[in-house]
Design a protein around this ligand. Structure first.
Ligand code: PPS
Length: 295
């Protein structure tokens, strides 16, 4: 018999070797058959890497910087999350069925689990990567507040699971490398959270160019302001406060938590940092992909 705790926080379920939130795993058959349209734009990330931030930027670009239009719906309706499912809320795939293309579509799937049609239809893709240490910390807090995940355990236990890829969506290392390796054969813009923090206007400009839109310095400035951490933290249509507390409990830890680079220094011990760095070298050996853990 299941305990109450198991009902609230079911164990992850492996799909072709990738651990997923149970409800997401149950959707994967349907997700596999998803038909993308050539004009759809895919926003792909490992969790906690700046998905919501870049989604808001892109939606604002598509709506010519009109904040009113972007505030008509919460972010998860404007940019449906392909593999999302949870009790009592509409699944991503259901939302996408009724949304006419061109659509903005969010995913956290590693390359090997992405539905074939995105590759076949040659959809444009924007990938955002964030350094592993800040992702691990952000994910640890997110596991606590988003109850579709299993219990994270202590920080040390969670960090070990993160390094082993035993967290939802699997290995960060495989995810960032897998998408990096695809970037040249696909119409893909590969961005970094740290670059967005360092110079948001420069990165917004890159997105505008990638989308084939006319460059406009005023629009860039306006979007940078509307998507600053402070603005998005207050924006009910971007900060996930409209999700039922049974799924996300912001009193445990807010979704818009700190929004900085280098927060890992507040949680990693010296010993954890050394152990992590050593393992990181091994897992990232041979790739040209480089990250900054401070800016
Ligand atoms: S999710 O659940 O995977 O979709 O989360 P995701 O949106 O990818 O990442 C959440 C983290 O991004 C931070 N965030 C921002 N940082 C800077 N500027 C803006 N505008 C912004 N919006 C969201 C958010 O605070 C989470 O990071 P942490 O480190 O936990 O604060």
């Amino acid at each position: 018999m299941k305990t109450d705790e198991e009902e609230v926080r079911p164990p992850l379920v492996s799909i072709r070797g990738v651990p997923l939130i149970k409800y997401f795993a149950e959707m994967m058959e349907e997700v596999d058959g998803f038909q993308a349209h050539p004009d759809d734009l895919l926003i792909s990330t490992y969790p906690k890497s700046g998905t919501t931030w870049v989604s808001e930027v892109i939606d604002l670009i598509c709506k010519e910087g009109d904040p009113q239009k972007c505030r008509e719906d919460p972010i998860y309706l404007r940019v449906p999350f392909l593999e999302f499912a949870a009790p009592g809320v509409p699944a991503g795939i259901e939302l996408l069925k009724v949304l006419p293309p061109p659509r903005l579509i969010k995913t956290h799937l590693p390359v090997q689990l992405l539905p074939e049609s995105f590759w076949e239809k040659k959809c444009k893709m924007i990938y955002v990567a964030r350094n592993a240490k800040d992702v691990a910390v952000s994910y640890y807090y997110f596991y606590q507040m988003a109850k579709v995940h299993p219990e994270p355990g202590t920080w040390n236990e969670f960090l070990e699971k993160f390094m082993a890829g035993d967290v939802s969506f699997g290995s960060w290392y495989e995810h960032v490398k897998g998408w990096w390796d695809k970037r040249k054969e696909q119409r893909m813009l590969y961005l970094f959270y740290e670059d967005m923090k360092e110079d948001p206007q420069r990165e917004i400009q890159k997105v505008i160019e990638f989308l084939g839109r006319t460059p406009d310095p005023h629009l860039v400035e306006k979007i940078a302001h509307l998507t600053s951490f402070k603005e998005m933290q207050q924006n009910k249509m971007a900060n996930y406060t409209s999700i039922p507390t049974s799924i996300m409990d912001h009193t445990v830890s807010p979704f818009m938590r700190k929004g900085i680079t280098g927060d890992w220094k507040n949680l990693f011990t010296v010993a954890q940092n050394e152990h992590f760095d050593e393992d990181y070298k091994r897992q990232m050996e041979g790739t040209t992909l480089k990250f900054r853990t401070e800016i």
